[in-house]
Ligand binder design. Structure first.
Ligand code: KG4
Ligand code: ZN
Length: 332
């Protein structure tokens, strides 16, 4: 089995994956959402403390399986330094104790492999990665080489939901609650937000202006009731999805994808999913979606990438495994 460890942000997660048949033997995550919710976002120092409590608790549960572990895969980039350190330190110590090799996994590649948790990966593939930290469109060729086609110049798609939720006093994270409220809107034309960069040729995303448009509308309302919030959430979510689709349509016209996947925590957004479904139908492109449970951060996807590295013998020495807050893909 491969042991996967994920602690890049605010989820502590551990998974055991069967190398041969890709069966997920064990998977659990302890989310810190409740603790961070009080502050409207992730507090790094708090995240670090909670990982040092949760990760050993999860390891304790799989102790009887320790003998079957052949290698350890751990997220080392990108993420919050103080969070990454928790998982990486634990992985190093365990790898020494169990005398098994270590593998360093890029969290973003992990999200891509959430599309192939129980099957062999299929490339070439186009990917939209939407999470709390990233908004990227990637073109992955037959040899799994990643080409970054576009990304955001400021906030990410998921982050903009989190910030709108914070402005409305809805806690953290904001994605699910904003989506839920949007569905309850009774007046869908009440607020009109401008789609960012609509007539701009740049292939780039930008969500900070949209967030500010929402802020201005909120400031005009005295006491926000639930109807106000639902109408704002509807207009915001729709505009954010229109922005994703505007640029993505252009990418689809230039790249004839045969297969396209949506990954990352915010790929759970149903409005976005249904729009991309239609785009894929139009372009006769197969749409791949990760199971909802594995859209957000999890160790199963990290173990899944680890399994590929294990088969290729891509191991890393203890003293060479470093954490990297920013990813290679970011810099591409
Ligand atoms: O991938 P993930 O679990 O963590 C990061 O790597 O960032 O993504 C979490 C992000 C949060 O910003 C959360 O608000 C967003 O995904 N999210 C959503 C939805 N569910 C989660 N955003 C929009 N709509 C959703 N239904
Ligand atoms: Zn993530």
């Amino acid at each position: 089995m491969i042991l996967g460890i994920e602690s890049s942000c605010d989820d502590s997660s551990v998974a055991l994956l069967d190398i041969k048949n890709l069966e997920l033997i064990y998977h659990k995550k302890i989310s810190q959402e409740m603790e961070h919710s009080l502050y409207g976002g992730v507090v790094p120092e708090l995240a670090a403390r909670l990982h040092t409590k949760a990760l050993p608790m999860l390891l304790e549960e799989i102790k009887p399986k320790f003998k079957e572990i052949k290698a350890i895969a751990v997220t080392n980039e990108p993420g919050l330094s103080v969070s990454l350190i928790g998982g990486v330190s634990m992985a190093k110590a365990l790898s020494i104790a169990l005398k098994v090799p270590l593998m360093a996994v890029n969290h973003l590649i992990g999200h891509i492999y959430s599309l192939f948790l129980n099957e062999e990966a299929k490339f070439p593939l186009g990917v939209l990665l939407v999470s709390g930290g990233h908004t990227m469109v990637l073109d992955i060729d037959e040899s799994a080489k990643i080409n970054l086609l576009l990304s955001t110049g400021d906030d990410s798609f998921g982050e903009s939901f989190d910030k709108v939720a914070k402005m409305l006093g809805l806690g953290y994270p904001g994605g699910a609650v904003v989506q839920e409220l949007a569905l309850r809107s009774q007046n869908k034309v009440r607020f009109k937000f401008t789609v960012p960069l609509l007539h701009d040729k740049r292939l780039e995303y930008s969500f900070s202006g949209l967030k500010n448009q929402v802020r201005v509308e909120i400031s005009k309302l005295a006491n926000l009731n639930e109807d106000d919030m639902a109408d704002i959430c509807y207009a915001f979510e729709n505009t954010a999805c229109l922005h994703i689709m505007d640029k993505l349509t252009k990418v689809f016209e230039a790249h004839k994808f045969k297969r396209f996947g949506i990954v990352g925590g915010a790929s759970a957004n149903l409005n976005l999913r249904s729009r991309i479904e239609k785009l894929c139908q139009k372009h006769e492109c197969e749409l791949l979606l990760a199971p909802l449970k594995f859209c957000s951060d999890n160790a199963a996807m990290i173990a899944r990438v680890g399994r590929e590295k294990y088969l290729r013998g891509e191991f890393v020495k203890h003293n060479e495994l470093m954490i990297k807050p920013r990813s290679e893909i970011d810099r591409a």
